[in-house]
Design a protein. Structure first.
Lengths: 419, 442
């Protein structure tokens, strides 16, 4: 097909052409960046935490009228209460494993500090989140030990909320171990928690464990999301958190059995909040609520945007078809087939769309640069731009199809009628 | 003429219903999206204390030893500095603020105990911020001095614990201490909760917690130190040997107290600025600080601005919505152009019968404006729907998202202005139609 007549015709509709091209350009720019934001958010909220998420749930409970925990005797009493709870949970038929855990990945109860390689170091070597857990935590959470050993029952200490907390041994994640000891020989090495002068020896390394912290900490927490430290410690406090792994497929049953079992042990507790017994899936959903909301919103915006642009193309092309009614008749009378007319309008739209999407690619990159400056955004990958480009070209072709087919149906006889 | 043009416009709109619907829908969607985000922006970037905020200031003295004079001071005060500045009483009013968490229960109520974040403050807090009281009132300066066991509670907590009745004089147990309730706050929802705003520089736009509700329990600062020492929220600490966590929080190397002051005129502001700078210099001379040159006295709105309180996601959505409105406008321009030029014959007749270009232009703009009005109605409905969606979000500011009268009017103004803007180019083109050429082809 020759391009010349198309170009000649377009020159007579400069403003219409410019409008469609601009609309395509803007749509491309926004859709590229919006889809990129969606992609980033989805990537964030699909990150595996490293725990056995499908079967895990968490109990967060509080004793009413609990011992104060200010003296040794009341601490022992609190600890005994916690151990009794753990035993009661362990006896439930649908429960596979139970552990004490001060927090879970993505849960609240974020507790972080700087890790040093020398005593009382000024600048921390890495930032990490602490988890106080007992000897069953690795099994319950489903963590994979890649080096060293797990905690044993003899390792577990217990003390109150404000006790001296420097553990003699710790287990760290591989991410943290690699950062502190790039040679990969972390087991047996000494670290100093909170830049203190009490040494803690690394006895084990687990493959992966995301830090705690809900969505409010997201941006800051992302800088050390995989640096976790497990301490062999049960905190004796009126608040206690237990992690429970249900037998496969028995999660709901196990969760239902918790409250009756714990109330039977000791009714003096608060366990009826909606967050008291929470599946890990819920914790994950809570933590990423904002990200998911933004992704959905962006998705809706993209869809409406594409629809609006398509509607605009349909509207203007229909107008042009109406305007050129007679010319189309003449072309048909002179021997043009229906396919020729159809292809004419498709080629015309393709030219406008190519023109518009070139401007759109530039706009998309510019918008991305602006977003990078003002918001937490990464560089837009070329793949997004190219697929966006293909998408708008395809959208243009689909939108033009209706009016173009109507044009193709114009009979040659029109040429003989007076305009 | 306007009535006639309106009639013409109505006829024209009815003639091609699909095209009309497309245009109205495009404007409605664009307006709906931009007004939803604009309303949220408007609510979040507003003045939390209209009429008072200009007199309220936030002094900052930098106790953080690793900072230099060129650094921004740390966002809160250490205990010693806060007490020194507060007890100097150099401002018209001054109030300390600090958060702590404790178990709260009303012995006379069957509602189980809950953990609450409480606000520890001083007596000036209530008159300075102009809080209204449903029952009772705040406490007095002498109550601060004698560590009085009393508390002010929110209307929400009063409803929950006492069924909304007058609970003044009743007992609230915080930890193991009984406090007498002296006041119940009325509806009071400053947005953002400015006295809790700090650390915005480190939030990376995730600032929606700034829009949470005020604390349900407020008690004198000195009382809170007696009964809840060691449980105050801390902004940051620094290493100076080993911190003795068993000692009183007063002595921790941490910053955890905010001070808000009321200064009635520019002279007082200048004097207080000098006072704060002098205080820091004096403490440096005494060897307590290692630098003193970076004191600040920001106004309330300046402090909010410095902390970038409007969440990044909300700003991003607003930009997106306006780009969206832009695309909808381009769309409308295209469709209007098609619509007007299709009537070239008709316009040619009008022109031949003596209508001026201006008259044709006006007629076209009336039609565009009418589309804008219809789009505005649709946009208003979509805005209501959008805000309903926002209210269902888990964000802290969700309950604030309502369309007020100014924003309602803005909706229609924006819709009509947008459609008139979209109508200009097509109307100009239509008014330039050459009558002779059109008449020939009729």
């Amino acid at each position: 097909m020759r391009m010349h007549p198309i170009l000649a015709a377009l020159r007579r509709h400069k403003s219409g052409v410019a409008l469609i091209a601009l609309q395509i350009a803007l749509t491309l720019a926004i859709v590229c960046n919006a889809v990129f934001i969606i992609g980033q958010r989805i990537e964030r909220l699909n990150r595996p935490t490293g725990v056995d998420e499908d079967n895990l749930f968490v109990i967060t409970q509080r004793y009413v009228g609990a011992p104060s925990g200010d003296d040794a005797a009341s601490l022992e009493k609190l600890d005994a209460m916690e151990r009794t709870d753990l035993d009661a949970l362990r006896r439930l038929p649908d429960v596979a494993s139970v552990a004490y855990a001060s927090a879970l990945p993505l849960s609240d109860g974020m507790w972080t500090g700087g890790i040093g390689l020398k005593p009382a170091q000024q600048d921390e070597s890495a930032h990490a989140a602490y988890f106080a857990v007992d000897e069953r935590a690795l099994d319950t959470l489903g963590l994979r030990l890649v080096a060293g050993r797990a905690f044993t029952a003899a390792d577990i200490e217990h003390h109150g909320m404000r006790g001296e907390r420097k553990p003699a041994i710790v287990i760290v994640t591989k991410a943290l171990a690699d950062k502190l000891f790039p040679q990969g020989d972390a087991v047996g090495k000494t670290v100093y928690l909170d830049d203190d002068s009490t040494p803690s020896t690394i006895v084990g390394v687990v493959e992966r464990l995301q830090i705690s912290g809900g969505h409010n900490h997201a941006a800051w927490a992302d800088t050390f999301a995989w640096n976790s430290v497990l301490e062999p410690l049960r905190i004796d406090f009126a608040y206690a958190r237990y992690a429970v792994r249900a037998k496969p497929g028995r999660l709901a049953e196990a969760m239902r059995a918790v409250a009756p079992a714990l109330y039977a042990v000791n009714p003096m507790r608060v366990l009826d909040d909606e967050a008291s017994v929470q599946s890990f899936a819920d914790i994950r959903a809570d933590a990423y609520q904002a990200d998911r909301g933004m992704a959905i919103l962006m998705g809706i915006v993209c869809l409406i945007l594409l629809a609006v642009t398509a509607a605009g193309i349909v509207g203007l092309t229909s107008f042009w078809v109406g305007q050129r009614h007679r010319q189309i008749g003449v072309r048909r009378a002179l021997g043009a087939r229906r396919g020729d007319i159809l292809r004419y309008f498709q080629a015309e739209n393709l030219m406008i769309a190519v023109f518009g999407s070139f401007a759109g690619v530039l706009l998309a990159l510019g918008l991305n640069l602006w977003l990078m400056r003002h918001y937490e955004m990464a560089r837009l990958p070329v793949a997004y731009v190219l697929s966006g480009l293909l998408l708008v070209l395809l959208l243009g072709q689909c939108a033009v199809l209706g009016p173009a087919r109507r044009a193709a149906r114009i009979p040659p006889i029109v040429a003989t009628r007076a305009a | 003429m306007f009535g006639y043009y309106l009639d013409l416009a109505l006829r024209s709109l009815k003639r091609n219903k699909v095209l009309t619907a497309l245009m109205v829908l495009a404007i409605a969607v664009g307006i709906g999206a931009s007004m939803t985000t604009l309303t949220v922006m408007h609510l979040l970037s507003g003045d939390p204390l209209p009429g008072r905020s200009a007199r309220i200031f936030y002094p900052q003295v930098d106790a953080y030893p690793e900072h230099k004079d060129t650094d921004e001071p740390v966002d809160m005060l250490d205990y010693r500095t806060a007490m020194d500045l507060w007890s100097a009483h150099r401002a018209d009013r001054q109030a300390l603020v600090a958060d702590s968490v404790a178990q709260v229960v009303a012995p006379s109520s069957s509602v189980p105990a809950t953990m609450q974040t409480m606000l520890s403050t001083t007596s000036d807090f209530f008159p300075m911020l102009g809080t209204t009281f449903r029952y009772g009132g705040g406490w007095r300066a002498e109550d601060d001095a004698r560590h009085a066991r009393l508390a002010v509670i929110s209307e929400d907590l009063n409803n929950k614990l006492f069924g909304g009745g007058d609970s003044v004089g009743k007992t609230l147990r915080v930890g193991n201490t009984d406090l007498r309730i002296v006041g119940v706050l009325g509806r009071w929802r400053p947005s953002p909760l400015f006295y809790e705003v700090n650390g915005g520089r480190f939030m990376h736009g995730r600032t929606s917690p700034y829009y949470s509700k005020p604390q349900d329990v407020m008690l004198p600062f000195a009382t809170a130190l007696d009964i809840d020492d060691g449980h105050f929220s801390i902004f940051t600490c620094w290493a100076s040997g080993s911190t003795d966590l068993k000692a009183s929080q007063k002595n921790w190397p941490c910053v955890w107290i905010g001070l808000w002051v009321e200064l009635g005129n520019a002279g007082k502001v200048a004097a207080y600025r000098q006072f704060v700078a002098d205080y820091a210099a004096q403490q440096k001379a005494l060897g307590r600080f290692n630098h003193a040159g970076n004191t600040r006295l920001r106004s309330l709105m300046g402090w909010l601005d410095y902390n970038g309180v409007v969440p990044g996601d909300v700003r991003l959505q607003a930009w997106l919505a306006f780009a969206f409105l832009g695309i909808c406008l381009f769309n409308t321009i295209g469709l209007l152009l098609a619509k007007f030029l299709r009537r070239s014959g008709e316009i040619g007749v009008r022109r031949a019968l003596g209508a001026s270009r201006m008259a044709v232009f006006e007629q076209c703009l009336v039609e565009a404006g009418l589309i804008g009005l219809l789009g505005g109605i649709g946009g208003w409905l979509l805005t209501l729907a959008g805000l309903w969606l926002v209210r269902r979000q888990p964000a802290e500011y969700a309950d604030l998202a309502h369309l007020d009268l100014p924003m309602f009017l803005v909706t229609f103004a924006l819709a009509i202005a947008a459609s008139l803007l979209a109508g200009v180019l097509p109307a100009v083109r239509a008014s330039r139609v050459a009558p002779a050429l059109q008449l020939k082809t009729l």
